[in-house]
Design a protein around this ligand. Structure first.
Ligand SMILES: Cc1cc2nc3c(=O)[nH]c(=O)nc-3n(C[C@H](O)[C@H](O)[C@H](O)COP(=O)(O)OP(=O)(O)OC[C@H]3O[C@@H](n4cnc5c(N)ncnc54)[C@H](O)[C@@H]3O)c2cc1C
Length: 438
């Protein structure tokens, strides 16, 4: 067995599942006690909390079928109830096509800015995300939502970001849609995630568990600490074996490695990695998240699924309501709220008090409500930052790994902004590529 997979998140599980379906043997090594990676779920005192909010959006019929075959009757379909809280009011998502309800002067600023942007000649290609925002949405929408929200989410000013990550994630609108959404409370939904599926019980981890049950040879609590590449490796000696060293001193030989662990960590583990590759990996930046989960002694604190919070005075950028994804996630008579706080390098301090102050201001926690308990889940890797160093650094690293027979895939292995479906597909495609080359 010469194929090793590092990491049992969705990308590693999918690669293993598809390799085994294609008749190849492989083994998966995961450092945590459980599979699922960032899609693990904590169940505490009867309350279900995903490590961070995870909903299933299918665009690929093959992946939809795979998941439905695994846990079809356990999935519920929902129509998104996504909102924004700003200027003391809740408006519908996306901000740009749902200005109705905001103060009149804000609506006027957004509309005039949008019209002005349409009538201004911009450079053919916006070089950074901030310029792109001004060119496509104008000054008002930039000021009241796009700039502050993205600054909070990405932890860096949008000027430092390129537009390479945006794809389906930033819905664009026409003047007609903006005008329509300024005059009436429009219920027309826009964007890629209008409906979603979510498991009835067990949170998002139940999907990862269902996939893991179809995979042979998963070893948990096995943390890779070093990768030793055989110096004999080369075109003439494709049979040469490399080695992975795991914490505790156990070594495992491999010819082909599928790594789904964060790319900069992978590079740090490879012995004798060239200086230019090591430096390129040091240039890669990412955000981390604290996911704060609160349990309140009152049912239905909100009818919504999630709320984006752009204003700087709130320390969080998004709030979710697990009770509204599945009635089984919260015992009767109570509610749960999750709050995402983004940061880079230094963990925020006194965050619980600041978050609670914000939730009270948003009227989600009312006078007299009792917080039964709270729980904080750290997400060390959340979003990779697409800055000016991203593309050149990735080119150097990918070129190096390709020459070593290492496939680094997934959200953090491939260092990209991808969904569960995207990484399941990537795992499948990697398995097919490896099978073809045998
Ligand atoms: C805040 C947030 C919200 C998201 N929301 C959604 C959503 O609503 N819908 C959606 O479709 N997608 C969403 N995503 C994206 C989705 O989570 C990812 O695309 C997907 O889960 C990534 O899976 P992965 O296997 O690539 O990575 P991971 O899940 O990170 O798996 C990597 C695995 O490698 C293991 N590992 C790390 N180091 C080692 C080591 N040294 N040795 C052995 N094992 C190791 C880790 O423990 C982990 O299990 C969201 C992501 C984030 C961060």
């Amino acid at each position: 067995m010469d194929i090793v997979i590092l990491g049992a998140g969705f990308s590693g599980l999918s690669a293993a599942y598809h390799l085994q379906q294609l008749g190849l043997e492989c083994e998966v090594y995961e450092k945590e006690e459980r599979v699922g990676g960032v899609c693990r779920t904590e169940i505490k005192e009867g309350y279900t909390f995903d490590h961070c909010g995870h909903l299933l959006h299918f665009r690929d019929s093959g992946i939809r079928k795979l998941i439905q075959n695994l846990i079809g009757d356990q999935l519920s379909n929902h129509t998104r109830q996504a909102w924004i809280f700003s200027k003391g009011v809740y408006t519908r998502y996306p901000f740009q096509s749902n200005l109705y309800g905001l103060p009149k002067e804000v609506i006027e600023e957004c509309l005039l800015g949008f019209i002005e942007a349409r009538n201004t000649k911009h450079e053919a290609r916006s070089t950074n995300f901030e310029d792109w925002i001004y060119a496509h949405f104008g000054k008002g929408i930039a000021k009241h939502f796009m700039i502050p929200y993205n600054r909070k989410l990405w932890t860096v000013p949008p000027r430092e970001l390129t537009t390479d990550w945006m794809g389906r994630f930033v819905p664009q609108v026409s003047l007609k849609e903006i005008l329509h959404g300024s005059l009436i409370d429009s219920k027309t939904q826009l964007g890629y995630n209008v409906t979603f599926d979510y498991p009835k019980r067990g949170g998002i981890e139940s999907v990862a568990l269902a996939l893991a049950r179809k995979v042979q040879g998963i070893h948990t609590q096995k943390k890779a600490i070093r990768i030793l590449l055989s110096s004999r490796y080369g075109r003439k000696q494709r049979g040469a074996h490399h080695k992975i060293r795991f914490e505790g001193g156990f070594d495992r030989e491999f010819k082909t490695l599928i790594s789904t662990i964060p790319l900069p960590e992978l590079i740090r583990k490879v012995e004798g990695v060239p200086e230019r590759v090591r430096k390129a990996a040091e240039n890669l930046r990412h955000t981390s998240i604290l996911n704060l989960c609160f349990v309140i002694d009152r049912p239905k604190v909100s009818e919504k699924h999630w709320v984006y919070v752009p204003e700087e005075r709130f320390p969080f950028y998004r709030i979710g309501f697990p009770s509204n994804f599945s009635p089984y996630s919260t015992p009767k008579g109570t509610s749960s709220i999750t709050v995402e706080v983004s940061y880079r390098r230094r963990k925020p301090t006194s965050v619980v008090d600041r978050v609670l102050k914000g939730l009270r201001e948003m009227d989600l926690i009312k006078r007299g409500d009792k917080i039964l308990f709270h729980h904080v889940i750290p997400i060390p890797y959340a979003y990779v930052i697409y800055d000016q160093h991203y593309k050149p650094s990735m080119k150097i690293i990918q070129g190096y790994l390709k020459g070593k027979g290492i496939h680094s895939i997934g959200r953090f292995g491939g260092w990209q902004y991808t969904s569960i479906e995207d990484v399941i597909l990537e795992g499948k495609e990697t398995a097919e590529k490896i099978t073809l080359n045998r």
